[in-house]
Ligand binder design. Structure first.
Ligand SMILES: [Zn+2]
Length: 156
């Protein structure tokens, strides 16, 4: 007796498979990835240092969960959640995050120093230039999301 697998195996992280059960018709059109919610978030860090510094990341879980994890390993930075937007599909969230990193460079400079807590030079932390602030960070994330969803960037 010879058995064939009828259904394609869906590997984690793969974006080749269409969501079989779209969460909603609106959401489903925004992504070809899985229908689960992801989040692009902004954390403030080093508040009180005299400079406005933000971290832009993404997660397939809640931003509060991610915040707890970052706080655990980074006690000196005082991470605080200041903004988040929902994005449909983990892959889309990565693309929006990357685009937000490009957008924020209009208002900010990448932080290149090594992290006092873990010694890594993080790739997603930015210090705002004079006259720019949280509104501009939010704008960068919103703009990134709109651009990505309009262009439908991501896996095809
Ligand atoms: Zn670190």
């Amino acid at each position: 007796m010879v058995c064939f697998s009828v259904f394609p195996v869906r590997s984690p992280g793969s974006c080749s498979t269409r969501a079989s059960m779209p969460m909603s018709s609106v959401a489903a059109s925004a992504s070809t990835s899985s229908g689960t919610d992801s989040v692009v978030y902004v954390f403030a860090l080093n508040e009180g240092s005299g400079k406005l510094e933000y971290k832009i990341g993404s997660t397939g879980r809640t931003p509060e969960t991610r915040l707890r994890e970052w706080r655990r390993g980074h006690q000196s930075k005082g991470f605080r959640l200041v903004y988040s937007v929902k994005v449909v599909g983990r892959n889309t969230a990565y693309v929006v995050e990357h685009e937000a990193h490009q957008q924020i460079l209009q208002y900010a400079t990448k932080i290149h120093r090594s992290c006092p807590d873990c010694l890594v030079v993080h790739q997603e932390e930015f210090v705002m230039e004079l006259d720019f602030g949280l509104e501009d960070v939010r704008d960068a994330v919103d703009t990134a999301k709109r651009l990505v969803e309009t262009r439908r960037v991501g896996c095809t």
